[in-house]
Ligand binder design. Sequence first.
Ligand SMILES: Cc1cc2nc3c(=O)[nH]c(=O)nc-3n(C[C@H](O)[C@H](O)[C@H](O)COP(=O)(O)O)c2cc1C
Length: 211
Amino acid sequence: MLPAHNSIPRLRSIGSLFLCVLLLIPGIGSDETFADEPAQPVKVLVTYHSLSGNTERMAEAVAEGAKSFPGAEVLLKRVGQVTADDLFSADAVVVGSPVYWSNMSGEVKTFFDNWQFKFSVFPEFKMKNKVGAAFATGGQISSGKEVTMLTILAAMLGNQMIVVSGGGAFGASATTEGDSPGIDNKELAEATALGLRVAQVAARFKAGSAK
Ligand SMILES: Cc1cc2nc3c(=O)[nH]c(=O)nc-3n(C[C@H](O)[C@H](O)[C@H](O)COP(=O)(O)O)c2cc1C
């Protein structure tokens, strides 16, 4: 048996080896390990309604975030221009709306209604198991952004999609009127974080379901 003072360095090196092995297992360790996983070819559709440009700016940042994931293919489109192929070929769909009367805008609601009227998603649940997420811009601090994101997520849940948050608790959002009109850098960073997370989760899910 080794004297106690000799066994301590040996225990330390066994401990370091164990830690290294743990950090090499995908999903264990830092967020960066997650982001640096091998590329999965993943398709992300980012779609939005915007009249005065705020939600469009957020949509561009969500798309940038998704594009930063290796191998991601990102399509950025207004809700009225999304085709059946855009929708069904996507692994993930991120939908953004301005807040209109504390809820999603009529255009965004019509987009979801058209999933049935134009694209006949039900009863087969054609959107099932795609990843979904939401973002919103509203004029006031507390006047419906969270409700807007939640109603977008509710429409996705009704379609048996897998909803994720990111940026903020329910998605990414920005307050566009008042003291600092428009979108600030912190809000843009929320939007890019959401885009990246959506691409990461979609890639993981796709890799897992291919097994
Ligand atoms: C018809 C209408 C209703 C609105 N209702 C709300 C509201 O309930 N709460 C809020 O915070 N902002 C409200 N707004 C402000 C917009 O949500 C805000 O200006 C948004 O950033 C506009 O997005 P866009 O630039 O992408 O068009 C409303 C705007 C319009 C035109």
